[in-house]
Design a protein around this ligand. Structure first.
Ligand code: ADP
Length: 361
């Protein structure tokens, strides 16, 4: 199947500053794709180039196979939703949604049918005649979304649309946004610096760093098998154990970490004895117990800090010479860990090795 969006060797510079650095990206239709990365890594610039609001310094952008690099925004079949919604304050909900359809010159009957269909999709049938000022934040967000979807764009671009909402509404809208994407089968391209938001909604996450793609994949893969220190640190919490390879057997590498032999999944690399690598060990992969585990990696440690987080407790465990491991303990297991001395254990396959390098150094 032909990709809906293709960035082909896209570069964008502002003077001497490189905002987007040789971006190559193909996006399949019907997917929720998120550009994720720290502030200034080039996410919005990439999105704006696809929308036609910025012109690439070099390279091509294809939309459904057609080169649109020099096509103005209103001639591209894409639409964008901004953080501030930008609804027309003097028009009611139905008129706001109908706006793009009127521009397209659709007849009244078709406009009416489409607006009703979209209002129903977000359960706002009873709000058609309200003005934006008479709606809640969440309702305004839904109207902005429906207005952007009304003309049936090939891709809907969303530039941090939820960042102005409070935490609870934001979580609710994340789930709703994903449901709307699934129901409509549209391609959504979403920009955020919030890793949790990206994990919640996306089919595919494109992690960007300094204008380049650092890693691309589904949320499970990025979380479970990060390809670099940057991705491991950016997505979720993690312990990074700088280790030296001792050997590999099947999928499992054995490594020396601070004089302790540990095992980890080799993560698709072919580690060589003597090579320095990092082992990514997520806090929830660690099991804490008072007795020594029978199998797997196990190290004696001392609890240095306990932080109660409601649905879990976060432990900071000294495993020797002040080296700390973060572990996540479920409420039912906390009670038995009353003393300071414990064992931390984990199975090799729940940790993975990644190269010992920072990206682009
Ligand atoms: P992000 O969306 O990831 O926060 P942006 O794409 O907005 O990042 O910006 C990428 C880089 O390009 C940043 O360093 C930013 O300062 C720079 N930049 C963006 N827009 C402009 C502009 N209009 N003029 C000059 N520099 C810009």
């Amino acid at each position: 199947m032909e990709p809906v969006v293709q960035f082909d060797q896209i570069n964008k510079s502002y003077g001497k500053h490189v905002a987007v650095d040789n971006l190559n990206l193909s996006i399949e239709g019907g997917k929720f794709v998120t550009l994720l990365g720290p502030s200034g890594c080039g996410k919005s610039t990439s999105l704006r180039m696809l929308g036609g609001f910025e012109t690439p310094t070099s390279g091509r952008i294809l939309l459904s196979g057609k080169d649109v690099t020099r096509v103005p925004p209103n001639k591209r079949n894409v639409n964008i939703v901004f953080q501030d919604y930008a609804l027309f304050p003097h028009m009611n909900v139905a008129k706001n949604i109908a706006f793009g359809l009127e521009l397209k010159g659709l007849d009244n009957q078709r406009i009416h049918r489409r607006v009703s269909e979209l209002l129903e999709l977000v359960q706002l049938q009873d709000y058609a005649h309200r003005l934006p000022a008479e709606l809640s934040g969440g309702q305004r967000q839904r109207v902005a979304l429906m207005r952007a979807l009304a003309p049936d764009p090939d891709v809907l671009l969303l530039d941090e649309p939820l960042s102005a909402l409070d935490a609870k509404l934001r979580q609710q809208m994340q789930i709703e946004l994903k449901a709307i994407q699934e129901k409509t089968g549209k391609t959504f391209m979403f920009v955020t610096h919030d890793q949790e938001e990206a994990l919640t909604m996306s089919d595919t996450i494109v992690v960007m760093n300094k204008g380049r793609i650092e890693q691309m994949g589904d949320p499970d893969t990025l979380y479970g098998r990060p390809g670099s220190v940057f991705v491991a640190n950016f997505i979720g919490e993690t312990n990074l154990l700088r280790s030296t390879v001792l050997g590999v057997e099947g999928d499992t590498a054995s490594l020396n970490w601070n004089g302790i032999t540990i095992t980890a999944n080799q993560g698709g690399l072919t580690p060589k004895p003597g090579e320095h690598l990092y082992v990514v060990l997520r806090p929830e992969s660690i099991h804490c117990s008072v007795t020594e585990p029978a199998t797997g990696n196990r190290i004696k440690g001392k609890i240095r800090q306990r932080v109660f987080k409601g649905n879990h407790t976060s432990l900071s465990v000294d495993v020797g010479d002040g080296t700390l491991l973060n572990a996540l303990v479920h409420p039912s297991d906390v009670a038995q860990l009353s003393g300071e001395d414990i064992w931390v254990g984990w199975k090799a396959e729940t940790s993975t090795v990644i190269p010992d390098r920072q990206a682009h150094n």
